[in-house]
Design a binder for this molecule. Sequence first.
Ligand SMILES: Nc1nc2c(ncn2[C@@H]2O[C@H](COP(=O)(O)OP(=O)(O)OP(=O)(O)O)[C@@H](O)[C@H]2O)c(=O)[nH]1
Length: 529
Amino acid sequence: MSTGLIATIVVVAVVVILLIVLGVGLYLRRRRQVSLAEEQAEEAKPTKGSYQAGGGFSFSAGTGGSTLTPPRGPGAQPEAQPEPQPEPEPSEPAARPETAGPQGTASPGAAEAPPATRPATPEVTEPETTEPEVTEPEVTEPETTEPETTEPPATTGPGTLDEPDVAAGPQATAPPEAAEPETAERVTTEPAAPEAPTTTDATETVPPSTGTTVAPAAPPEEIPSAEGRLERLRGRLGRSRSTLGQGLLGLLGAGDLDEDSWEEVEDTLLLADLGSATTQEIVGKLRERIAVRGVRTADQARELLREVLVEALGPDMERSVRALAHDDRPAVVLVAGVNGTGKTTTTGKLARVLVADGFVVLLGAADTFRAAAAEQLATWGERAGAETVRGKEGADPASVAFDAVRRGTESGVDAVLLDTAGRLHTKTGLMDELGKVKRVVERQAEVDEVLLVLDATTGQNGLTQARVFSEVVDVTGVVLTKLDGTAKGGIVFQVQRELGVPVKLVGLGEGPDDLAPFEPGAFVDALLK
Ligand SMILES: Nc1nc2c(ncn2[C@@H]2O[C@H](COP(=O)(O)OP(=O)(O)OP(=O)(O)O)[C@@H](O)[C@H]2O)c(=O)[nH]1
């Protein structure tokens, strides 16, 4: 009795245990799969909040919401938009993939590029979905197959020659504005369904731009990482460095300073374009701290100088560029400045940085003064992998800008960058025109960022321009270009002080990647090293 019974009990017990183990195993496996799927779904969501780019570029979402009829969600899947609108525009879906395509190469952040695959996987049920999602990155690879056939070696377009010294408004040179009648031909490519921007403004009529769009034809060229760009470009600050940094270090490191030496310190600061107010403030602080702490060695002098200079640059100012999409529309960035300061170049460089970080960008060529400017911008767009909306030469810049923002909203891009003119073909003041561009754009969406581009080599002239621009368009950030070509890097200090607006970006060369985020500490280090 007992042996048989015991054997049976043992067998039953073993079977029961095996069943339990099997059951637990299955349960755990399923749980793991489900949570993995959730995790990935979360990952796939594009980052729309404040975000610190790997290369030190900082981007954030603007604060403003959309004003009028937000057509659809941004960077997210444009396909999911079907709204009350009965007629879906046929052109957009086609254009979207085009634009999205090249982005994929840039970085894994381009999660939104292939949106079509994602909705196909209803989250929970099939755990197998985990695999297909892993393969997503690969889908983007084919882009690399094509070599950069498109490189026009000249990184920037013509337009070099205009001397930027001309102060703000004067386009007095009166380029024969009558020259181009409205019938001027369109430049290449097919018209992009021009629906009139049915604006209902009493004072301004905005004709449709009958703009054309230029999609990034080929896969964009590879954009190098922006990591540590300011440091890498330190050598470019060479001239400012020897004037300001080395000059001051030589004086302060020399030991006890008499009045003559302090005067020399002052002169050095003034010569580097820091302006008298900033100079006084810096000298005051240096004197005070040297008296309290004493400076015995070159290292102490460097440390003190660094501290005071960084303080003068307002290290706490918010410098992120508001170029990240809102929930229902792209960020809108308006790039303004006098001709020749580097607006188009900066717009192109900024597009590259954003694309490299995985964002979808659309460029608006609202500089309709000369065809070459739009051409130049479109070339930047092609190389970076961004679509460009442009009008014919002489078209109303406001309507081109309007079209660009509408197009960007419809196709769900992350950011629309609008390049504006630095002079005009009509007698309308540049400032009036710029104000109009902003107002018209804001019928659709608030402008998140107004970047004023200033040429660092123009010194005081740049400041005069800056004041005029600020009165009209509420500048939110300054881009100081051509810092590589001046010994007056101190203009950075003055611009911020005068305008109360942070320098957000600096241009350190003509190359496509010679744009750096402005970081006070790194900048001062570059001056003093
Ligand atoms: N050295 C140097 N040159 C720059 C920099 N940024 C722009 N440039 C050059 O400045 C020139 C003018 O640049 P654009 O971008 O055409 O200037 P813009 O303000 O758009 O000019 P308009 O279209 O005439 O209003 C070009 O030759 C650029 O290559 C910079 O940071 N350093």
